[in-house]
Structure formats: C-alpha cells, structure tokens
Write a protein that binds this ligand. Structure first.
Ligand SMILES: Cc1cc2nc3c(=O)[nH]c(=O)nc-3n(C[C@H](O)[C@H](O)[C@H](O)COP(=O)(O)OP(=O)(O)OC[C@H]3O[C@@H](n4cnc5c(N)ncnc54)[C@H](O)[C@@H]3O)c2cc1C
Length: 307
C-alpha cells in the first residue's frame, strides 16, 4: 500500500513542487546522491574507483516535453563523457529516453542518442539506456536495436517484473546485446507486471540464468543490478555451477544502497558498478527509492524531527 502511495506521489506535481522543497527531505536525499552537480558525481566516482568500483553517471530528470530541454541534456552528457575521458576515469553513463525527448518525437530521441553515442565512441565510453514505465518499452527497445549495429558499447535495461521481458530478451539475443537486469521501479498494473514480489524474484532468477548462459558462450554483457543479497548469492551459485570466474559476473547497485555488499563483491573479484545520480530534478527518482524500501520513509521522518 505504502509502495503504491509513494509511486503515485512520484508522478504528482503538487508533491514535486512542495515536498521536494522541504529542507529535511533535501537532507535525506543526500543519502542516495553525493550532490546535485556532475562535478560532485565525478569526484565520488574517482573516490570509488580507488576501491575497484566503477561508476555509471546519470543526470536526474525525466519526461521532458520540449526539444530544447532534451538538447540541453544531450549537450550535458556530451560534456560529461569528455570530462570523464579527460580524467581517465573508468566510468559509464546511463540515459533516460524520456529525458532525451522520446515524448517530443521518435526522431528527436534518436538524434540525441546518436549525438551522445558518437561522443562516447570517440572517447571509448559505454552508454546504458534506462528502462522507464511499460508504455515506453517498445519504443526503447526499437531505439536500442537501431543504434546497436552502429555502436557496440551500448546497453539497455530490462525489467524482471514485466511478463513480456523473457520474450524481449530472447528477441534481443541475436544482436548480442548488453543487458542490465533490474526488478523494475515503476507503478505497473497486474495486466503487464507480476504483482507479487516472489514472482518478480523468480522471474529475475530465470532471466539471470539465460543471461549467464549467454555470457559464458560470449558476445553478451550482462549486469545484474540488484541489492537483493539472496538473489546475488543465487546468481553467484549459478555462475559457479557453469564454471564461470568471479570476474565474469557483473553486479550493479545504486549509490548509497548496499555499500558494504558493493565493497565485498569487488574485493571478491566481481565486476561492480555503482550508479551515481545527480541533478536538481530528483523528486520522482527519490520517491521510487523510498517505495523500494518503506523503512526509508522513517529515515526521512527522523531527519524531519532531528532539526
Ligand atoms: C544499478 C541499477 C540500475 C537501475 N536501473 C533501473 C531502470 O533503468 N529501470 C527501472 O525500472 N529500475 C531500475 N532500477 C531499480 C530497480 O528496478 C529496483 O527498483 C531496485 O533496484 C530495488 O530492487 P532490488 O533488486 O534491489 O530488490 P529489492 O527486493 O527491492 O531489495 C532488496 C534489498 O535491497 C535493499 N534495498 C533495495 N532498494 C532499496 C532502497 N531504495 N533503499 C534502501 N535499501 C534498499 C533492501 O535491503 C531490500 O530488502 C535500477 C537499480 C539498480 C541497482
């Protein structure tokens, strides 16, 4: 119930305009992001790299409705790619189709993504494409297929909570995709997504097994993006069962969540990446983080009364 309420709040303008201004909420957000600027995010990525943890940088913001705004986001990412290359930082970026103008037009998002990928390729950097609400899945996968033949260092996110994802994965395999597998963070109906967490977890494991098989036979990059320690353990067991090395298995987590586990996995020899989000448009993204773990709401409440 609380999850549904928080996800509803994430799309509500009144909350975005009022709750996001509360100083206590702004303080609580710092748990999940090192700062609002790319400079702070890049500094944190440099710090994490000293422990063998790589970063994926993402500018917060979504559902852009003006071409100018999408153009500004595009130029921002081009600058970030040049900056991480100049600092020789082993970091990647992750972009949201709705932030690059998918709602403005399919040509707008395609052009902006191409502009980002061209700079990424010039600097040898990898670009991930986030997956957003279910109404965007077809268009996002079409976008990915269109760019993948020209830009090998591109990956897309798939969500285990959607019934369709097993078929989407099978359909993508012929192009040797790079896949980031997540459970899924949006409010979805039972028509399109498993309502029970248990079923989502089970589907995640099945998809992970398919991906491990593909990684082992070569050609596919898979990143298991989860903080679920039970699931991480199962993936490790499945990988060992297939004779894979620790370095064959890549995990991704969000900044500020599962920090001890991130360090432990990196120390064991897994490839570990942490997604660092930054920017001022953090409200819907932050509400999704609260929805993932209702105990986070009490963390915010404590911050509210602690000052
Ligand atoms: C690197 C990365 C990229 C992502 N990209 C996308 C994307 O493109 N599209 C999309 O729909 N979703 C994305 N997500 C979010 C994802 O879909 C889930 O909502 C989120 O990861 C929580 O699920 P979980 O796998 O961690 O498992 P859960 O079962 O939700 O959580 C497992 C445990 O992790 C801890 N945990 C999880 N979330 C939190 C939190 N917010 N705060 C504190 N503790 C927490 C808790 O201890 C919890 O018990 C991404 C997640 C990661 C890690």
């Amino acid at each position: 119930m609380l999850r549904k309420l928080l996800l509803w709040g994430s799309e509500n303008d009144f909350f975005a305009n009022h709750v996001a201004r509360l100083p206590s909420v702004r303080r609580a957000v710092r748990r999940f992001m090192p700062g609002e600027t790319s400079v702070e995010a890049i500094q944190e990525a440099a710090r994490l790299s000293t422990s063998g943890i790589k970063s994926v940088l993402a500018l917060l913001g979504e559902n852009v409705t003006e071409a100018d705004e999408a153009d500004e986001v595009t130029r921002h990412y081009q600058g970030v790619l040049k900056e991480i290359a100049a600092r020789d930082l082993d970091a990647e970026i992750s972009v949201k189709p709705t932030q690059l103008g998918i709602d403005v037009g399919s040509d707008v998002v395609a052009t902006n993504l191409e502009r980002i990928l061209t700079v990424a390729e010039e600097h040898g950097r990898f670009v991930w494409i986030d997956m957003e609400g279910s109404s965007y899945v077809d268009r996002t996968l079409d976008l990915y297929r269109a760019v993948r033949s020209r830009h090998q260092d591109t990956g897309v996110c798939l969500q285990a909570y959607l019934y369709r994802t097993a078929e989407d994965l099978t359909a993508l395999l012929p192009i040797n995709p790079s896949i980031r597998l997540v459970k899924g963070a949006y409010a979805e109906s039972a028509e399109v997504a498993f309502p029970r967490k248990r079923d989502v977890d089970e589907n995640y494991l099945q998809l992970a097994q398919t991906l491990l098989d593909e990684v082992r036979s070569g050609g596919v990059r898979a990143a298991f993006a989860t903080h679920d320690e039970g699931l991480i353990r199962r993936i490790q067991e499945e990988a060992a069962h297939r004779g894979m090395t620790l370095n064959d298995v890549e995990f991704q987590m969000l900044y500020g969540i599962g920090t001890t586990k991130q360090a432990e996995l990196a120390a064991q020899g897994h490839r570990v990446q942490v997604h660092i989000s930054y920017g001022t448009a953090w409200f819907p993204w932050y509400m999704r983080r609260l929805a993932e773990r209702p105990a986070n709401v009490w963390f915010v409440m404590r911050k509210m009364v602690s000052r």
